[in-house]
Ligand binder design. Structure first.
Ligand SMILES: Nc1nc2c(ncn2[C@@H]2O[C@H](COP(=O)(O)OP(=O)(O)O)[C@@H](O)[C@H]2O)c(=O)[nH]1
Ligand SMILES: [Mg+2]
Length: 449
């Protein structure tokens, strides 16, 4: 089970249970377990848990419900310890990959060649692992697969010399990527060899390739390689299979090493740019976390927005209006009474007017979980958004769909209301239920087309 899976498990309870102190405590415990088995340093795990618990029941920030607030808090704190967002250089000229035996250097050479080729660069690979007999052949095959240029020389035992030959032969390439040998440890022999390759290749990008399974040992390793050649980037491989990826990421973050890519499998395309926020949204199973963040940002703008009666009667009844109606209605009592007062009684489907308090609250939570854009334009609410909204509101996706269906029926009713004198509406300011009520009381016979 990869690190992602254990994180997802830890989040499951939060997504499906009602939110109370107990649930949060349990979820934080599961998160702790996931992080500790990922080999994240224990003091760091404890600090993180304390911060999440302290934050969980603070006053809610505008625009988020409790569940969303807690998920967002966890996400933010995790992103902090696993690294922020770093972008790999767009047009590097030379990349040297270093690392221990079996870390995945040769495989990542092929993946990077494909990755940068896709972005329009002519890439050449140099096989400077003269230590392992089959290494040159392995890289040659990968170069073919990535449609990259290649240089290797099986008869030469001096790695630095192979590098110089390769640089000469592959002059026409935009980017050269140099593979190097590894050992079981960074011993004197390996250090010497890497230093020689480094001074021949003179790369501005020197990246350490490290297997996720080393966990927090990544800290020591990256420091040692940094001292040796000044490593300035990291690729963590086997993030797909190792539960220790979290510890590895946290260790890199604590040394300030930039993790540019993560390896997510053995195939040549299994390379992903690493961005903690995006990675976490993906693995935490919060399909559209972006929407959640958007929502928090919008909350401010949303303050003070009122619904324009004219707008509604012109057929621009949107979820935002529906929402404000619901909010007002909740204060006033059962929706059917309100609707009757407003003269809508018979036009609105029973399921809506006779909606119980509980359901009304649920609808409130659902719309609460939407972004302003989604409320304005419900047609943009696709499958992944429905899933996010359902998670955020703690309801099923079916319930979100039901709300959307009922909203459409309401909208239809509103759109049927005939012309109403401008003077009845007043100075085109905000509308609330009382105002509508007054309006319709005056105009008892409004037309339904
Ligand atoms: N699951 C998984 N396996 C990987 C990944 N990257 C490399 N490998 C495998 O790890 C093993 C060692 O890779 P290699 O590139 O030869 O390591 P090197 O000794 O550092 O050059 C190979 O079997 C690769 O297929 C990855 O991201 N995920
Ligand atoms: Mg190799």
């Amino acid at each position: 089970m990869g690190f992602g899976d254990s994180l997802r498990n830890a989040m499951d309870r939060l997504r499906t249970s009602s939110i109370d102190k107990e649930t949060v405590k349990e979820s934080v415990k599961e998160l702790q377990r996931a992080l500790i088995s990922a080999d994240v340093e224990i003091p760091l795990v404890l600090k993180l848990s304390k911060e999440i618990e302290a934050e969980a029941f603070r006053e809610l920030p505008e625009g988020l419900n409790r569940r969303e607030h807690i998920i967002k808090t966890m996400h933010g704190k995790l992103a902090e310890i696993l690294g922020g967002s770093t972008q790999p250089p767009e047009k590097p000229k030379r990349i040297l990959l270093v690392g221990l035996f079996g870390a995945g250097k040769t495989t990542q050479c092929g993946k990077l060649a494909k990755w940068y080729s896709k972005r329009g660069m002519k890439v050449g690979l140099i096989a400077a692992d003269v230590f392992r007999p089959a290494a040159t052949e392995q890289l040659r095959t990968l170069a073919e697969r990535a449609k990259a240029e290649f240089y290797g020389n099986e008869n030469e035992k001096n790695a630095a010399k192979v590098v110089r030959e390769g640089m000469e032969k592959l002059k026409s390439c935009d980017l050269l990527i140099c593979d190097s040998a590894g050992r079981n440890a960074l011993d004197e022999e390996l250090s010497k060899e890497i230093r020689a390759i480094d001074s021949a290749f003179n790369a501005e990008e020197k990246w350490l390739v490290i297997g996720a399974d080393v966990g927090q040992v990544a800290k020591k390793q990256s420091q040692a390689f940094h001292d040796l050649v000044g490593v300035n980037g990291v690729i963590i491989t086997r993030m797909d299979g190792s539960a220790k990826g979290g510890g590895c990421l946290a260790a890199c973050k604590s040394t300030g090493a930039k993790v540019y890519f993560i390896g997510m499998g053995e195939r040549i395309d299994d390379l992903q740019e690493f961005d903690a926020t995006r990675y976490l949204s993906r693995v935490m199973g919060y399909g559209d976390l972006q929407g959640l963040l958007e929502k928090a940002k919008e909350a401010q703008e949303e303050e003070g927005i009122e619904v324009d009666a004219e707008d509604i009667l012109a057929g621009n009844f949107d979820l935002q209006a529906f929402y404000l109606q619901l909010k007002a209605a909740r204060k006033m009592g059962p929706l059917n009474k309100v609707m009757d007062l407003m003269g809508f009684g018979k036009q609105v489907p029973k399921e809506i007017t006779e909606m119980g308090e509980q359901k009304l609250n649920k609808y409130g939570y659902i719309i609460d979980s939407m972004t302003l854009k989604e409320r304005k334009d419900p047609d943009t609410i696709n499958k992944s958004r429905i899933s996010r909204i359902a998670h955020g509101a703690g309801v099923t996706q079916e319930e979100v769909r039901e709300l959307l269906k009922n909203f459409k029926r309401m909208k239809k009713v509103f759109s049927k209301i005939g012309e109403i004198d401008e003077k009845d509406i007043g100075e085109g300011q905000g509308m609330n239920v009382q105002k509508l009520q007054r309006m319709f009381a005056k105009k008892k016979k409004f037309k339904i087309r």
